[in-house]
Design a protein around this ligand. Structure first.
Ligand code: PMP
Ligand code: GLU
Length: 397
């Protein structure tokens, strides 16, 4: 291993990807695995979007695109931000990338110097801490517990800020907790950021449409800090396009052109075909997105009612996204067939091997007392999955 760089040796493997891979390997052996580890919609990409991609191939959209994406797509994104979020961005402020994941990495790389601090509320999405590590930044975690519905307060934010703080990074609706910050809650955080004009804010809004409580609130809608906000969004969740690898950021022009420069050296921009498909997605409106949301809501209610029945776990009702993040620490120290559960990772492996359901340890999201279940599967499959989990947990004593 020593010939590899320290950079890669120090990097943790993505636990979402690892658990999905283990699940796939067991499925390939003929075991009936239910995969609740990976956060990806089980729906198909809408037909109009697929047609647009086929047309793009036939019309020879086969050349390199501008690094930040086709101007028409970037204009359509700016129009979407106006139409759906009442936010003003010009197309030069949009950078299209190989998934929202790359947009996040671009922003972190372009903003964080070695030793600078990035504040991340926990639980957080699995890749944030590793991206910060790659940029040689220091992550400062703020704990948001199940009792606070996994949200942080302005007071907690204020206490975490130091002269070295460069960036704050969060998602709402949140992966893995499903928590959604309201406009008022964001206003409280904004009041803190107003006092600290050198802090930038990455606002990951990829689950914006999977919100069961109220209209999506973006922290970029506060004019006093808008110029310091980097909005991250994409097509993976709202248009069921995970494999197409297309996402974007909206930021001030200086940040956008820095990301263009970085991306110009690393990927040259994302696929021309995916871009033409994404353009159609934004031109086609929200009908399919809203249908998916309704379906997710039904599944959320079903799974919530079933999870509540399991003694020893603590679960909140998520307001958005498509995950549950139950606290499972009451099972730590229990055993079955000489196998003792020491932590959340052991519990996930136990569930994989005994219930044939794959989940992800909360450790990967900064909370070692929990596990994450994705409910992006049909209701029938979800009912079966929770029943298997319940049976497996009952055996632990
Ligand atoms: N942010 C969050 C919170 C996510 O859950 C995901 C899901 N993969 C991403 C970013 C990255 O999405 P994409 O598929 O567009 O890279
Ligand atoms: N966002 C999904 C998840 O959290 C996809 C996996 C990934 O991109 O790491 O599971």
């Amino acid at each position: 291993m020593t010939f590899l760089s320290n950079r890669i040796n120090n990097l943790s493997e993505s636990q979402t990807i690892k658990m999905a891979k283990m699940g796939r390997e067991l499925s390939a052996k003929g075991i009936d695995i239910i995969n609740l580890s990976f956060g990806e919609p089980d729906f198909f990409t809408p037909d109009v979007v697929k047609q647009a991609a086929k047309k793009a191939i036939d019309e020879n959209y086969s050349y390199y695109t501008p690094v930040s994406g086709y101007p028409d797509l970037r204009k359509a994104i700016a129009e979407k931000l106006k139409r759906e979020n009442d936010l003003d961005y010009s197309f030069e402020q949009i950078v299209v990338s190989t998934g929202a994941k790359q947009s996040l990495a671009n922003a972190v790389m372009c903003l964080v110097n070695p030793g600078e601090e990035v504040i991340v509320p926990t639980p957080y999405w699995v890749s944030y801490s590793e991206m910060i590590k790659l940029a040689e930044g220091e992550t400062v975690f703020i704990d948001a517990s199940v009792e606070n519905n996994f949200k942080i307060s302005a007071k907690q934010l204020e206490a975490a800020i130091t002269p070295k703080t460069k960036l704050f990074m969060f998602s709402s609706p949140c992966n893995p907790t499903g928590s959604v910050y309201s406009h008022e809650e964001l206003a409280n955080l904004v009041a803190v950021f107003e006092k600290h004009p050198n802090i930038y804010i990455i606002s990951d809004e990829i689950y914006e449409h999977i919100n069961f409580v109220n209209k999506h609130a973006s922290i970029a809608s506060f004019p006093s800090i808008k110029d310091r906000v980097i909005i991250i969004n994409g097509f993976s969740k709202s248009y069921a396009m995970t494999g197409w690898r297309i996402g974007y950021m909206a930021a001030n022009k200086e940040i956008a052109s820095a990301c263009d420069k970085l991306q110009g050296q690393i990927t040259s921009g994302t696929s021309s075909i995916a871009q033409m498909a994404a353009l159609k997605a934004y031109q086609s409106g929200l009908e399919t997105v809203l249908q998916m949301k309704e379906e997710f809501k039904k599944r959320r209610d079903t799974v919530y009612n079933l999870l509540k029945e399991i003694p020893n776990i603590k679960v909140n009702l998520p307001d958005g996204a498509f995950y549950f993040f139950p606290e499972v620490k009451n099972y730590f120290g229990k055993s079955y067939n000489n196998e003792t559960i020491h932590n959340a990772e052991d519990l996930c492996l136990y569930l994989l091997n005994n219930a044939h359901v794959s989940t992800v340890t909360g450790e990967a999201f900064g909370n070692p007392d929990c596990i994450r279940l994705s409910y992006a599967a049909s209701e029938k499959v979800l009912v079966e999955a929770v029943s298997r989990i319940k049976n497996a947990l009952e055996k632990l004593s």
